[in-house]
Design a protein around this ligand. Structure first.
Ligand code: F6P
Length: 565
């Protein structure tokens, strides 16, 4: 093993990580070491050189699938880099792990369950067996029930308790039970039913539910309580608040039946809340929260856009699934995207990924990807409980173009940190207005060009820029970006786009050998919050036994509450 090569790596040495184990780590593997050596050879080469050396590069380093065109030529890679990354994927068993996921095996090892979101978009005649049961007929039965209910709400057949038509649909959920639906409803608002108001309540902050219901007529308002577990404090608290708000206006317990439906795996808890299980839409433990927007969790999306468009979205997911399942790794869009993310993160040291949709309807897409990526891959141990030997998930953030250009792009161009970027754009606007869409897309193309090629001192001087200003104006370029281009933002395109990121995240998780489907890290804070909530509720509580900072904060909070009560 070549130890010297490793010292060149931006090696991971987090003081927060558990102690390393003696089992050979990812960074010790020959396929990884080959990339380390290769990185040493090409590390400083500039995208300007790559493009100058190969005039066809922009046409070669792209792949088309499921209606998406993925240009990855503006990454700091050569054909050798790509071959070595694919080799790494082979060595890490990506093909086998992918097939195991599609077959419904327990790829979520720590929770001992399948991660079978791909079954949510499988055709009715497919067979995917989990614990001896073909889950596909169940999936389609739920889709049918959803479609039936959605049509009844949309047509006005489903009435409120007083006989009024439903004009407001409010989703109450958090994390995966919120971010997917809110993102999809926004992304597909062009396809939405006019006159139907959609609302989303997620935050435990009472302001969220109060503002979402302010001014609404409860007799025209339907709540969808979305919680896979039906145990999430935030969601249940908001659902109780919504229930109280409805009862205050409608004055009759029986009204709940027409104004509350649930999406969950937990029939008992749904019934205990007071929602008739006949008004519950099921999902299964093999659907992870952040992978659930195409399950019954998407009920509000289906009500908004109608069953046909929802099915078109599922077809988009499916098209990308099929591509991921069968395209050769070297021509496989999610695989390439995932491997390039590994290269940018672990070899070039880009700790963050900026997601930049040049589309107003995708404004919630970066937030959606934050959960998908960081809850999946923000892990510090491998699936076999050993400390990881490299950084794992990048930090995902972003905003729509052109808004981002006028806020944080300065740092992308001239800051001291390398940020990988995903640009997302469409050839057609859903709202054509003169040449405005061309202007928007000109900005997308210009930004990725500027990030790649920058501006040299020589070029600035040739333009006559004052010598004293040259250093300020130089843009070094060589910033890695992907560009995704599609014809327009349709339900099908949205499905394909989400599935692309799902599988890219999976690919990265396989390379790091982490469980991308659990989320144990969120539990500690939840437990502590429960304890603190009990202490805050008990005014004469025993002396606080937290650390001195938490104790002092709690005392100050209690003091403020006493003073103003
Ligand atoms: O706290 C994290 C989490 O478990 C997410 O993974 C999930 O999407 C969210 O909470 C909501 O969970 P549920 O749908 O069970 O309310």
């Amino acid at each position: 093993m070549k130890r010297t090569a490793q010292s060149k790596l931006p090696r991971f040495s987090s003081p927060l990580a558990p102690p390393p184990s003696s089992t050979p780590a990812l960074v010790e593997r020959p396929a990884w070491q080959a990339l380390v050596d290769h990185h040493r050879n090409i590390g400083t080469r500039h995208l300007r050189e790559f493009f100058a050396d190969d005039p066809q590069r922009g046409e070669r380093l792209q792949v088309d699938a499921a209606g998406l065109y993925f240009d990855y030529s503006k990454n700091r890679v050569t054909d050798d880099t790509l071959a070595l990354l694919v080799d790494l994927a082979e060595h890490c068993g990506l093909r086998e792990r992918r097939d195991a996921m599609f077959r419904g095996e327990s790829v979520n090892a720590t929770e001992k369950r399948a991660a079978l979101h791909t079954a949510l978009r499988a055709p009715a005649d497919a067979s995917i067996v989990v614990d001896g049961v073909n889950v596909v007929p169940e999936v389609h039965a739920v889709l049918e029930r959803m479609a039936n209910f959605a049509e009844r709400v949309r047509s006005g057949e489903w009435r409120g308790h007083t006989g009024k038509v439903i004009r407001n649909v409010i989703n109450i959920g958090i994390g995966g039970s919120d971010l997917g639906p809110v993102m999809a409803c926004e992304a597909l608002r062009h396809y939405g039913k006019s006159g139907l108001h959609l609302g989303f309540v997620s935050n435990l902050d009472p302001t969220d539910v109060v503002e979402a219901t302010r001014g609404l007529d409860a007799a025209e308002t339907l709540f969808i309580v979305c919680s896979k577990s039906f145990r999430t404090l935030d969601t249940l608290t908001n659902a109780h608040a919504a229930r109280a708000w409805s009862l205050a206006q409608l004055g009759d317990e029986r009204a709940i039946a027409s104004h509350f439906v649930a999406v969950s795996t937990n029939t008992e808890a749904v019934a205990a809340f007071g929602i008739d299980p006949a008004h519950m839409f099921a999902l299964w433990d093999w659907v992870g929260g952040r992978y659930s927007m195409d399950s019954a969790i998407g009920l509000i999306t289906m009500i908004a856009v109608g069953p046909e468009h929802f099915r078109a979205m599922l077809a988009g997911f499916r098209a990308m699934d099929m591509h991921f399942h069968s395209a050769p790794l070297a021509r496989n869009m999610p695989v390439l995207m995932g491997l390039l993310a590994i290269w940018n993160n672990n070899f070039l040291g880009a700790q963050t990924l900026a997601v930049l949709p040049y589309n107003q309807d995708l404004k919630r897409f970066p937030a959606y990807l934050q959960q998908l990526t960081m809850e999946s891959n923000g892990k510090h141990v491998t699936a076999s409980s050993q400390a990881v030997s490299t950084p794992t998930s990048p930090i995902v953030w972003g905003d729509t173009g052109t808004n981002g250009q006028h806020s944080f792009f300065q740092l992308l161009h001239q800051g001291t940190r390398l940020v990988a970027c995903d640009f997302i754009g469409f050839s057609h606007s859903q709202n054509p207005l003169g040449d405005q869409h061309d202007l928007l897309m000109a900005n997308l193309f210009a930004q990725s060009e500027a990030l790649a090629f920058g501006k040299t001192a020589q070029a600035l001087m040739a333009e006559g820029v004052d010598e004293t200003q040259v250093a300020q104006r130089v843009c070094r370029g060589n910033r890695p970006t992907n560009t995704l281009l599609a014809d327009r933002l349709t339900p099908h395109t949205l499905g394909a786009l989400v599935a692309l990121y799902e599988h890219s995240v999976f690919t990265q998780g396989v390379i790091w050998n982490i469980d991308s489907f659990d989320q144990w890290g969120v539990e500690l804070g939840k437990r502590l919050a429960q304890r603190i909530a009990t202490e805050l509720a008990d005014t004469g509580h025993a002396p606080l036994t937290h650390d001195s900072s938490t104790n002092a904060l709690m005392r100050r909070y209690e003091q403020h509450r006493k003073e103003s009560s």
